[in-house]
Design a binder for this molecule. Structure first.
Ligand SMILES: *Cc1c(COP(=O)(O)O)cnc(C)c1O
Length: 710
């Protein structure tokens, strides 16, 4: 929320609001005119705290009110609580000196901590904490409109303990009630009666409510301020106030002030937020500091007795101190943001949200009851198996398939608890590993199945059926062999599957072959059933099959490539609504200029036909960049444009011809696969240029590249 440039005016108003709070505590105009003083500090300055509460409402409360937002409550409580704790410690010596903690009882401790604050201005923190919690409870119990009504009623009740106390005092019962209340909280200006209304109004306005235009907001603000001033003067004349923090017309005044600020879009100034927060927190300390300094300098007449000079001195000290601290904090933050060493040379970025979206998109194509069994072999096609497990589990995926028991073990270590199928013909030496990690194995044919069974200990198995790929599986037509596998001891059969070998082809021959494979699979299942064998879960489709004929999926769909956002060949143009998950990036290490006729790289493979500029990239074939992309076959994106690869790709470095791209400089980010400023290099583009398929490009990305989730 706070990232939007629309809210810059709020940032700019914050220091003014902080200055008004300083005025509230130093009475700058008291010597000039009591009425001017009243209007400044009892009316105008009263807007400051509601403004801060409304900003808290917009930036802290509003996200919590969004669907699923309540999970961020602990973070808000922790952050604000820590800040409050630090302030309590900071003001502890002054509080002790001022007798704040004298005769502390459990009740007075609650009063100080939860309502009054342990120093006079610190009540804001518990009010914000309590107010936010109360609003969330009210919203849950009463809905949005109900919560707003309740907050308004609480505010009204607060009025009678504050500036309308003179009325409450006339009714003995009411007065007794408020007296009880005041033993717990010195004022009604707290997290129960005061904060909830402004927090909710801030959240509502931040969410787009009361979208009146700027001039109307300004006019309403002026009118509300007049009415507020009139109200305050009248209350003073009646001598009703017990305290003067709450008034009826304070609410519309704060509301229209906030709306007016929201109608002035300008860039955000986060530093001003820090500055004004610090001024708020530190100004009482500065008041003490100015008084102390005045005593030492024998300038009490000027710096303390003269209210205006006192105010100016306190404000100057508060802003100077807070400004210095803000600069220090900014320094520290900038220091934290120093360049990421993982992104210094060459790296892979993987987008978990895209992976989850793709999983959901593929799942939505499948018939009900069919689950995804994503292929996470080869380190999840180069994306990082642990990353993929974590992201997919968040999308509700439980089951996976891999190529080796070691890969299966890695998935278990990353938190996969469901089915893990090892797709290859696992040799005996790896069976202990498979059993230890509760992996399921493909029974690759009758012979292999017999060996699995003869190992002597129970194993989980999926029976592979060969329907025409002739790589793995007992032949679909050999019902006898298939049935024998099902009857072998020690095999806990959890699935039966086949694999299509022409499903991504578009030719008539490919399509006919695929249909024949699916028919053969169906025939084998029926033959098994006819022999009285209870069929386990079945699966037949990889990415291409799922996109072409999802209705044939059965109980599991073994999606790989599509899940990573790369559509199968026949869906390339349409894209199938999938988002690429992986980007491959590197940096320009150096830029050099070649005269016409000069050569570059191994074997003099590049020769400059004109004066040329070559960027040296910090990535090579040892990182998985196919050497077949050498000599202009492939390209990379730099400054949002395509530049051809110059000469032969080296083991760790690559030359890029950037003659036609102005401004390329060392440190520039280069995209070898992915997007940059609207330009795109898809896995299919790279595979096409290298004469291979995207699967190979992705799965061969090397271990030297850090995988960075984004
Ligand atoms: C790799 C593999 C898959 C996944 O294939 P994609 O085309 O990447 O979806 C499915 N089944 C088997 C048997 C595999 O080996």
């Amino acid at each position: 929320m706070s990232g939007s440039p629309r809210f810059g005016a709020l940032d700019r108003f914050r220091p003014l609001a902080a200055l008004l709070v300083v005025a509230l505590h130093t009475y700058p105009l008291a010597d000039v005119s009591p009425d001017a003083e009243f209007l400044l500090t009892r009316v105008l300055a009263r807007l400051a705290v509601p403004f801060f509460l409304m900003a808290t409402g917009q930036f802290a409360l509003l996200p919590l009110l969004q669907p699923g937002g309540a999970c961020r409550l602990p973070r808000f409580l922790r952050k604000t609580g820590l800040l409050y704790g630090a302030c309590i410690l900071l003001y502890l010596p002054l509080g002790i000196y001022g007798g704040q903690y004298a005769g502390l009882t459990p009740l007075s401790a609650v009063r100080l901590l939860l309502f009054d604050g342990t120093y006079y201005h610190l009540w804001y923190f518990p009010a914000a904490l309590l107010g936010v919690c109360l609003v969330l409870l009210l919203r849950r119990a009463l809905g949005c409109a109900g919560a707003l009504t309740a907050a308004a009623l609480l505010y009204a009740a607060g009025l009678f303990g504050d500036s309308y106390y003179g009325l409450a005092a006339r009714l003995p019962a009411l007065q007794a009630g408020y007296a009880a209340l005041f033993s717990l909280s010195s004022y009604t200006r707290n997290g129960v009666f005061f904060a909830p209304l402004f927090l909710l109004l801030g959240a509502a306005l931040g969410g787009g409510a009361l979208a009146v235009p700027r001039r109307a907001a300004g006019a309403c603000l002026a009118l509300s301020l007049l009415l507020f001033a009139g109200e305050a003067l009248a209350l003073r004349a009646l001598a009703w106030p017990r305290h003067d923090s709450m008034a009826v017309f304070l609410v519309p005044a704060a509301l229209f002030l906030y709306r007016l600020l929201l109608t002035c879009p300008c860039a955000e100034r986060p530093a001003l937020r820090t500055l004004s927060g610090l001024v708020y927190v530190l100004h009482p300390l500065c008041i003490v500091g100015v008084r102390g300094a005045a005593k030492v300098l024998r300038a009490t007449d000027l710096l303390v007795e003269n209210n205006l000079a006192h105010f100016l001195a306190v404000a100057a000290l508060s802003f100077a101190l807070s400004g210095a601290l803000t600069l220090l904090l900014l320094r520290l933050r900038a220091h934290k943001k120093r360049p990421d060493p993982r992104r210094a040379r060459a790296w892979v970025e993987v987008d978990g949200a895209a992976l989850r979206e793709n999983a959901r998109a593929l799942q939505s194509l499948l018939p009900p009851g069919c689950a995804l069994l994503p292929a996470l072999k080869a380190d999840a096609y180069g994306h990082g198996a642990a990353f993929a497990v974590r992201a997919l589990r968040r999308a509700g995926v439980q089951d996976f398939c891999v190529a080796t028991p070691q890969e299966g073990a890695a998935l278990r270590r990353a938190g996969a608890r469901g089915e893990i199928l090892v797709l290859g013909a696992v040799p005996e030496a790896l069976l202990p590993l498979a059993r230890r990690w509760r992996l399921s194995l493909a029974a690759a044919d009758l012979e292999h199945a017999r060996r699995l069974s003869a190992w002597g200990r129970p194993l989980r198995v999926h029976v592979a059926v060969d329907t025409g790929m002739h790589r793995l599986g007992a032949p679909a037509g050999d019902a006898g062999a298939l049935a024998e596998i099902f009857r072998l001891p020690n095999l806990r059969i959890r699935g039966v599957f086949t694999h299509l070998c022409a499903a991504d082809g578009a030719s008539a021959r490919d399509r006919a072959y695929t249909q024949a494979q699916l028919r053969a699979f169906q025939g084998a299942l029926e033959a098994l059933a006819a022999r009285g064998i209870a069929l386990p879960k079945r699966h037949a489709l990889a990415s291409a099959g799922v996109l072409a004929q999802p209705e044939c999926a059965g109980d599991w769909a073994r999606v790989g490539l599509a899940l990573y956002g790369v559509p199968p060949a026949f869906a390339r143009a349409a894209g199938a609504g999938l988002r690429p998950v992986l980007s491959l990036k590197a940096r320009v290490a150096l830029v050099r200029t070649l005269r016409a006729g000069e050569c570059a790289g191994y074997g003099l493979a590049f020769s400059a036909a004109r004066e040329s500029r070559l960027a040296v990239l910090s990535i090579g074939y040892a990182d998985g960049l196919p050497r077949a992309l050498s000599c202009g076959a492939g390209c990379a994106l730099v400054r949002g444009r395509r530049a051809p690869i110059a000469g032969r790709i080296c083991m760790d470095q690559t030359l890029l011809d950037v003659t036609d791209i102005p401004g390329v400089a060392p440190g520039d980010e280069v995209v070898l696969l992915g997007e940059q400023a609207g330009a795109r290099l898809s896995a299919w583009d790279v595979a096409g240029a290298a004469g291979t398929i995207p699967n190979e490009i992705l799965s061969r990305l090397g271990p030297r590249l850090p995988r960075i989730p984004v």
